[in-house]
Design a protein around this ligand. Structure first.
Ligand code: NAD
Length: 440
């Protein structure tokens, strides 16, 4: 199939490269000239495991090309995927569809009858209808509009795209359904379930999926609070409930609250959609509140552990990206934590294996270290914020030797108290027994 992919961000670039790897002919279009120049020179705009090799091998076979020229990119495409950003609209929390509609208006000038326009961006219910209306307004006929939400996770994006739990296609006509089935045929042959549903249903499915995962995270975070009050261990509770197939073990890791480019904005957008429809969504609304509070509480946790004040103290921070294996800093829990500590007078020295460049543009007043041990050097406490693999096997004796205050605050429960204590550290996890905070 001949495919055009509009947007070469985390989703567009991965999807385009994977489609090319399936054997399709893909042209990736982005209006960001620097990104396209970089991609044409083999430089990836994002950090995602395996992406560079996948892009390069398909570009070398001429199955994957990059351009800023939308007209050339979509000229003979059978399907045009829209994978541009849909951030939170400033001021009201709705999904901002400016980029989507801009792309559609540009498309309208060049698209040919028979093409299927597919939203891969996460878009509110009814966006497909609006795209249809814009195309009609621009005098375009004979074009199908479909929805194909993407469920990949940053950090495991290629594996997720190639081995999805399911593919959701929202199609309103047989042609769109046929084209999308052809595109996904390599996965279909691997028995990945493909759900053909109405377009509005597909749009809502994506929001419902993200909202549900956000609920799971906030749920276990509240249970962690209870564990700290009642002297129970949230890791064991999570395992005890997660082994129940009806619940499932994923997304039951207590931590500093969810961040990233999707959950915060998609939960807000779902609430706005529900408000517009006059239907209350109390569970999701509470989840958003719980998570906002959670992120803010992490600063207080560090302050309490350090005896009520961090003024004049030095704090090492491990991990800045919103999760491991990505350089994405959008809505990362590290941001309110680091800023909160600095506002309270602490000096922060942080290390992240790949997100330093992105972090430097967001975090001000932070010193960046070259590795975990340098971040710990002479610090009063070391805080693990993102559970990168390399933080799972630290030499704790060396960490203890580098630290001045010997305090390890493990917001991801990477370590066991016993091993940290054996190295001479004072250990604070999340939800792991009564939170006893001695004065230091
Ligand atoms: P991103 O910000 O990383 O990338 C968007 C890209 O679109 C940018 O490179 C931008 O330059 C380009 N763009 C914007 N307008 C354009 C136009 N008119 N023509 C050409 N290019 C244009 O965004 P992302 O993280 O890849 O997310 C894209 C969509 O996918 C969002 O709706 C998001 O919610 C959804 N999504 C993201 C993830 C994820 O893990 N990041 C997962 C599933 C779904």
């Amino acid at each position: 199939m001949r495919i055009a992919m509009i947007g070469t961000g985390y989703v567009g670039l991965v999807s385009g490269a994977c489609f090319a790897d399936f054997g399709h002919q893909v042209c990736s279009v982005d209006k960001d000239t620097a990104k396209i120049d970089g991609l044409n020179a083999g430089v990836m705009p994002i950090w995602e495991p395996g992406l560079e090799a996948l892009v390069k091998s398909n570009a070398e076979r001429n199955r994957l090309t990059f351009t800023t020229d939308l007209a050339a990119g979509v000229a003979d495409a059978e399907a045009v995927f829209i994978a541009v950003g849909t951030p939170t609209r400033r001021g009201d929390g709705h999904a901002d569809l400016t980029f989507v509609f801009e792309a559609v208006r540009e498309l309208a000038r060049v698209i040919k009858p028979g093409t299927v326009v597919v939203t891969k961006s996460t878009v509110p219910v009814g966006t497909g209808d609006k795209i249809e209306a814009i195309l009609k307004e621009e005098g375009v006929t004979g074009v199908s509009v479909a929805s194909n939400p993407e469920f990949l996770r940053e950090g495991a994006a290629i594996a997720d795209f190639k081995h999805p739990d399911r593919i959701v296609v929202g199609a309103e006509d047989g042609h769109a359904e046929h084209v999308l089935k052809e595109i996904y045929r390599p996965l279909f042959l691997n028995r990945a379930p493909i759900l053909i549903v109405g377009r509005r249903t597909a749009e809502l499915t994506k929001y419902a999926a993200n909202a549900f995962l956000a609920v799971k995270i906030s749920f276990i975070n509240e249970i962690a609070n209870l564990c700290e009050a009642l002297d129970a261990d949230v890791q064991d509770v999570a395992r005890g409930i997660g082994l129940d197939n009806r619940i499932g073990s994923k997304f039951l890791h207590a931590g500093p609250g969810y961040g990233g480019s999707c959950f915060p904005k998609d939960t807000l957008a779902l609430l706005k959609t529900a408000d517009d429809a006059g239907v209350e969504q109390r569970i999701v609304r509470t989840t958003v509140e719980v998570n906002d509070d959670r992120k803010a509480q992490m600063v207080e946790r560090v302050v309490r552990v350090l005896g009520g004040s961090v003024s004049g103290k030095r704090i090492g921070v491990l991990g800045l990206a919103f999760k491991p294996n990505t350089d994405d800093m959008r809505e990362a829990p590290s941001i309110p934590l680091v800023h909160g500590l600095i506002e309270r007078g602490a000096a922060v020295c942080a290390f992240d294996p790949v997100a330093r460049h992105q972090a430097e543009q967001i975090l001000s007043g932070v010193e960046f270290a070259g590795d975990a041990y340098a971040a710990a050097k002479d610090a009063d406490a070391l805080v693990i914020v993102t559970e990168w693999d390399e933080f799972r096997a630290l030499d704790l004796d060396r960490i203890a030797g580098s630290l001045r205050g010997k305090v390890l605050i493990d917001l991801r429960n990477v370590y066991d108290r016993s091993e940290a204590e054996a190295a001479g550290l004072i250990y604070y996890g999340i939800g792991r027994g009564r939170l006893v905070v001695p004065l230091i």
